[in-house]
Design a protein around this ligand. Structure first.
Ligand SMILES: Nc1ncnc2c1ncn2[C@@H]1O[C@H](COP(=O)(O)OP(=O)(O)OP(=O)(O)O)[C@@H](O)[C@H]1O
Ligand SMILES: [Mg+2]
Length: 231
């Protein structure tokens, strides 16, 4: 089944057009990377299905159905959870409260606070501390845990490696692969080549708001990849 699809999507911030005719489809079990340099429109893909950027033309389908009017919870209810770029942890809430926030959408599934704590034991230890008192890596784990609390069919990760040490990126890669094996589809927006290689199977490459190339990662050399990402 198709979890998320864009068909010829144009997207805007006010009158400024950012996405131009973007098309792609993500199905159950897919592990898809979106690649491209800074400012090409990767996050705007996310912002468009979240209703933050406006859809000018084309169609977005969530869980196989035309999205219609997109509200705050539209994507989450359709089974798409986002780990946003920059993590967006709420500092006024504890670790535990940040996680509980993720379950507000009330989608049924296997994820509970306890299961998230089993996945990231450090969050159990620090559950009563303010979310923003955590290290960068721990905040990323919290953002991932919060997204899982909504029981997504598709987990969208927007530059999860940003600002993190290589050893933490390694740990996250293992977690993403494990989630994929257990049945969660992944959309990974990244510029970190080895993370992309470990986690994703197919890619869409963006330039100036458009998808300029798509294919299987195994068929793309590191040299070709490096030409299109910043690191
Ligand atoms: N809220 C906004 N309002 C207006 N313009 C925006 C907004 N967010 C992003 N833009 C512009 O849209 C373009 C695409 O931005 P976007 O954040 O999608 O890029 P990106 O590929 O995610 O970049 P990065 O790798 O730096 O995260 C950029 O020119 C950016 O300045
Ligand atoms: Mg971005």
């Amino acid at each position: 089944m198709s979890l998320l699809s864009f068909q010829n999507v144009d997207a805007f911030y006010g009158r400024a057009q950012v996405l131009r005719g973007v098309s792609f489809e993500i199905g159950a079990g897919d592990r898809v990377a979106v690649l491209g340099r800074n400012g090409v429109g990767k996050t705007t893909i996310v912002n468009t299905f979240l209703g933050i950027a406006s859809l000018g033309a084309g169609e977005i389908r969530l869980a196989g159905k035309p999205a219609g009017r997109i509200r705050t919870y539209t994507a989450a209810r359709a089974g798409i959870s986002v780990v946003p770029q920059g993590r967006r942890i709420i500092g006024a809430l504890s670790v535990k409260e940040n996680l509980v926030l993720g379950s507000a959408v009330e989608r049924r599934g296997a994820w509970t606070l306890d299961k998230v704590f089993d996945l990231f034991p450090i969050l159990r230890e620090r559950q009563d501390t303010p979310g923003t008192a955590l290290s960068g890596g721990q905040q990323q784990m919290l953002a991932i845990g919060r997204a899982l609390m909504a029981n997504p069919a598709l987990l969208v990760l927007d530059e999860p490696s940003e600002g993190l040490a290589p050893v933490i990126i390694d740990e996250l890669a293992e977690v993403f692969v494990r989630l994929a094996r257990e049945g969660t589809s992944l959309l990974l927006i990244e510029q970190h080549i080895s993370l992309v290689r470990r986690v994703a199977q197919t890619y869409h490459l963006m330039s100036k708001g458009a998808v300029i190339e798509s294919g299987r990662l195994a068929e793309l050399s590191d040299e070709q990849l490096k030409r299109h990402v910043a690191v």
